[in-house]
Design a protein around this ligand. Structure first.
Ligand code: NAX
Length: 327
């Protein structure tokens, strides 16, 4: 039988953790043949709640779940980790300035990057979910100099899935008819969901919708969906975020489908004018366990302007954390 894969989840006692852990333990993250050993990292005050979740995981008697370790020590949590899902983060609270938020998260993602550098397995794959996801991923990546930079990614798959859902409803087509949906830039309100390269039944999505809908409804609806969920549910997206994290890692490990691509925040190599080193969302394919940025797409002025604005925001966040000495 295959040896268990070590999957570390931070923020395990949180609401995304509660949705995510059961999907992982049931085999949906890595596939139905791959046993997993879960490593849960929490802050000391939340360890007990994580233990409660672990009790429920045991009670599911998942055939693929080889074990659960719970700790408040990052070094232990990432020791031997093959996959790391960095979900725990410091949320923005009332009256908090952006600088305070970045600093509080730097205090989380710097030591986690160091712990990954010190002890993770050679094939470590990191997905940052906790916000601000792109910049948190950048902080962790910069503190893991021995790990190839491309192993650090930020999640924009939820934005992509939201875009698929909106377009599917608009055109009354199943999501399976839609290909090549791209989210560009930052996982924030400036993100750019791109219908000019998305295809529905082999034709560009943009030519099948009104331009006003694309600009004034589709883009803002996708970008502000998180706020709409909070408004309706009284709590932020959790199961959908967990589902997107599962999609991201599954595709990373198992490869993207031929003739399609997905979106992920990955380290820029300078493609599409995105400054090298920023962790920005791109159209990507996964081959042999590695992401590659899809090359050669033409961008019109509309797309160019939107991408540049989101990338500018990412550069500002990077400059802010650099100024705080976090990278
Ligand atoms: P919760 O507040 O329910 O859970 C967060 C958990 O993280 C808490 O249990 C907390 O104790 C733990 N935590 C805090 N600091 C930690 C540390 N240093 N080490 C380990 N654990 C730590 O938040 P939840 O709703 O689960 O959301 C988690 C994060 O995901 C938030 O930052 C949220 O903004 C972000 N999201 C990102 C999305 C994306 O698409 N990238 C979408 C969903 C979500 O909003």
């Amino acid at each position: 039988a295959q040896a268990p894969v070590n999957v570390t989840v931070t923020g395990a006692a949180g609401q995304i953790g509660y949705a995510l852990l059961f999907r992982i333990a049931s085999g949906q993250l890595l596939g139905a043949d791959t046993p997993v050993r879960l490593r849960l990292l929490e802050i000391p005050q939340a360890v007990k709640a994580a233990e409660g979740t672990a009790m429920e995981l045991s009670d599911c008697a998942f055939p693929l779940l080889a074990g659960i370790d719970i700790t408040d020590n990052a070094k232990q949590a990432f020791d031997g980790a093959n996959v790391a899902l960095l979900v725990g983060a410091r949320p923005r609270t009332k009256g908090m300035e952006r600088g305070d938020l970045l600093e509080a998260n730097g205090g989380i993602f710097k030591p986690q990057g160091e712990a990954i550098n010190a002890g993770a397995a050679d094939d470590i794959k990191v997905l940052v979910v906790g916000n601000p996801a792109n910049t948190n991923a950048l902080i962790a990546q910069r503190h893991a100099p021995d790990v190839p930079a491309e192993r650090f990614t930020a999640m924009t798959r939820l934005d992509q899935n939201r875009a698929l859902a909106q377009l599917s409803a608009k055109l009354s087509v199943p999501v399976t008819e839609i290909r090549k949906m791209t989210i560009w830039g930052n996982h924030s309100a400036t993100q750019y969901p791109d219908l000019f390269h998305a295809e529905v039944n082999g034709r560009t999505a943009a030519e099948q919708v009104e331009r006003e809908w694309l600009a004034d409804e589709f883009i803002p609806t996708v970008a502000k969906r998180g706020a709409a969920i909070i408004e309706a549910r009284g709590a932020s997206s959790a199961a959908s975020a967990a589902s997107a994290a599962v999609d991201h890692v599954y595709d990373w490990v198992n490869g993207t489908a031929e003739g399609d691509w997905t979106s992920a925040g990955v380290v820029s190599d300078g493609s599409y004018g995105v400054p090298e080193g920023l962790i920005s969302s791109f159209p990507v394919v996964s081959k042999n366990g590695a992401w590659q940025i899809v090359q050669g797409l033409e961008l019109d002025e509309f797309s160019r302007g939107r991408i540049d604005a989101s990338v500018r925001e990412l550069a500002e966040e990077r400059d802010a954390v650099a100024k705080l000495g976090l990278i």
